[in-house]
Design a binder for this molecule. Structure first.
Ligand SMILES: [Zn+2]
Length: 213
């Protein structure tokens, strides 16, 4: 599942820092009524450069996709079941008619804050997850990752969580039963267990705008 060629990690043109990843992700206009495929394909290429195998599930119109990828664990880097899921939605709410003081799809840093549509909810979390992925792959390649690490990116969360059930059905069909899931929804840095309307989700806030360079 993973590449043994660690040079791939050095040659990537993808960001190495979370703020750069966040800037890249914000630039994709993934308002829920639009396709998210450009963002998904970008993340897919990144994961494949890392030697990972990406699993996509699509909506009926095939213009939106979920992405699920696993960094395998164990001494032989061949364990893909159980482990921890980092989960985020790729869509964002609209910007129509809102009084933005900067371009919403261009990340703008003023003071110690970064502004852009989805910066907090929840491309910030996705940026952090993508930034740590190469480290997880390195651990996997050297047989030191003790449990699989999964990344799940969904579509249409803001319009009724239409994408996430496809991921769950796909995981069930593949016999993958993760042990834990952290959903990076912004909750003012307070741990929140389960969503008020979706009891199958274990939510926790891992989003911080004080992202390290
Ligand atoms: Zn959200």
């Amino acid at each position: 599942m993973t590449s043994n060629n660690n040079n791939q990690l050095k040659n990537t043109s993808y960001p190495a820092h979370s703020i750069d990843w966040l800037t890249r992700l914000i630039a994709f206009d993934t308002v829920s009524r639009h396709s998210n495929l450009a963002l998904i394909e970008d993340v897919q290429a990144y994961c494949e450069q890392l030697g990972l195998i990406v699993d996509l599930t699509f909506n009926e119109a095939k213009n939106k996709a979920n992405l699920f990828v696993t960094v395998p664990a164990g001494a032989n880097a061949d364990e893909v079941n159980h482990g921890l899921v980092l989960s985020g939605h790729t869509d964002v709410v609209p910007v129509d008619g809102q009084a933005w003081t900067s371009e919403p799809f261009t990340a703008t840093i003023r003071g110690d804050k970064l502004y852009g549509r989805g910066a907090c909810d929840m491309k910030g979390f996705i940026a952090c997850a993508l930034t740590l992925l190469p480290r997880a792959v390195q651990l996997s390649n050297s047989g030191q990752l003790r449990r699989p690490l999964h990344l799940a990116l969904s579509f249409d969360e803001e319009v009724g969580c239409l994408g996430a059930p496809l991921i769950l059905a796909d995981l069930k069909a593949r016999g993958i039963t993760p042990d834990y899931c952290i959903v990076g929804e912004p909750t003012n840095m307070t741990m929140v267990v389960a969503h008020k309307a979706l009891p199958f989700i274990v939510a926790a806030s891992m989003v911080s705008l004080r992202i390290r360079h």
